[in-house]
Design a protein around this ligand. Structure first.
Ligand SMILES: C=C1C[C@]23C[C@H]1CC[C@H]2[C@@]12CCC[C@@](C)(C(=O)O1)[C@H]2[C@@H]3C(=O)O
Ligand SMILES: O=C(O)CCC(=O)C(=O)O
Ligand SMILES: [Fe+2]
Length: 369
């Protein structure tokens, strides 16, 4: 009999399901397959893989094209040492293999960013996701001390080294994207070097019935951009530019995935697409992913970059904490709510956010609570 505990919904293990021991997907985690959630995916037209060691001007154009179409790409020769990625993965396995009650000691509070628990977007969906996560915001020390009272220094050192490597990569990527939109870092309301970062460790245990579960439901990231290191199991899927097909992002050794987030969609005045993506699970492998979210410096407003060839701002400016609050209530309608009236886009369908409602709104999944 699967060890489903009393169904304490407050438990970050998603209603007390101990992923490791269930033989079937409980009703609480069973996702139907309405339109847009279908699990089939195609690997035909893969996501662009960009070599960051090629000359500056060439790579800016390639990245720009990927941002305008997919809203995502993979990068190789990114400069993040393999050893750092290996050690952060080791710490990830160490964390998620802790006993449930130990992980709960670092549980993320309702209004907190940092800590252990279910994804923040869980409450937008009628069913729970086949995942648990650990979010680091600033120093990991406070939460790490709760997980390992006497042995948390190694985790902290590895995470801090990972964050510093990711920060320098995201600064480089931002500068390239600014070059592509014809702007420079002096056009930003913050010093790129002062950008904030949030690190999300995601765990997707193997699942007895993968077609009836969802690892991480379709969403766009709220960040400027997100860099993802995936362990050697595929699961991340992006919605293609037509909004009709989910395309798997294959883990490429030495490559990191870059997703454009909502704030860069606003900063680029809609020229960069914020990629709709999800994570599916599989029967055999437990998958981990490590996502680094790049945000502006605290308090800095993200304002659409306009100029001679981009005269009209489509979105009002917003700080990342304001945007998180708006996303936390409006979810996939957050960007739409920031459209300026004279942007000329009166309906959600028209906005330069190539996202078909059927693919995006949890209302497709929304049952009456
Ligand atoms: C700074 C952020 C960005 C968050 C919320 C908060 C901390 C954790 C991030 C994620 C990580 C998992 C997917 C997501 C959709 C989620 O549920 O939590 C992300 C969300 C966002 O990109 O909006
Ligand atoms: O697990 C993945 O590859 C996706 C993770 C993700 O989308 C996120 O953390 O925002
Ligand atoms: Fe994401």
């Amino acid at each position: 009999m699967p060890s489903i505990s009393s169904g304490d919904l407050s438990s970050p293990l998603d209603g007390g399901v101990d992923f490791g021991s269930v033989k079937t997907v409980p009703e609480s985690h069973a996702w139907q397959e309405p339109e847009g959630f279908s699990l089939e995916s195609s690997d035909l037209d893969g996501i662009p893989v960009i070599d960051l060691s090629t000359p500056w001007w060439g790579v800016a154009r390639e990245i720009g094209r990927a941002c305008a179409s997919w809203g995502a790409f993979q990068v190789v020769n990114h400069g993040v040492p393999d050893n750092v990625l290996k050690r952060v993965e080791e710490q990830g396995w160490r964390l998620f293999s802790l006993p449930p009650d130990q992980k709960l000691k670092a549980e993320r509070g309702p209004d907190e960013i940092a800590g252990f628990g279910a994804p923040r977007i869980t409450h937008f969906f009628p069913k729970r996701m086949w995942t648990e996560g650990f979010t680091v915001f600033g120093s990991p020390l406070e939460q790490a001390r709760r997980l390992w009272p006497h042995d948390h220094m190694q985790f902290c050192e590895v995470i801090e080294e990972y964050q510093s490597e990711m920060k320098s990569l995201t600064v480089k990527l931002l500068e390239l994207i600014l070059e592509w939109v014809g702007a420079g870092k002096e056009d930003l309301n913050w010093e790129v070097g002062d950008s904030s970062g949030v690190t999300q460790l995601n765990s997707y245990p193997s699942c007895p019935e993968p077609s009836r579960a969802m690892g991480l439901a379709p969403h766009t990231d709220s960040s400027l951009l997100t860099v993802i290191h995936q362990s050697n199991t595929s699961g991340l899927q992006l919605l293609d530019a037509s909004g009709q097909k989910w395309v798997t992002v294959p883990p490429v050794h030495g490559a990191l995935v870059v997703n454009i987030g909502d704030l860069l969609h606003i900063l680029s005045n809609g020229r960069c697409r914020s990629s709709m993506h999800r994570a599916v699970v599989n029967r055999v492998h437990h998958r981990l992913s490590f996502a680094y979210f790049c945000f502006p410096s605290p308090g800095a407003t993200v304002e659409p970059l306009i100029g001679p060839d981009e005269p009209t701002a489509l979105y009002r400016s917003v700080t990342w904490t304001e945007y998180l609050r708006i996303k936390g209530t409006l979810f996939n309608n957050a960007l739409f709510s920031l459209l300026l009236p004279d942007s000329g886009f009166s309906t959600r369908l028209q906005q330069p956010f190539s996202l078909l409602p059927s693919q995006s709104r949890p209302s497709v999944m929304q049952e009456s609570h």
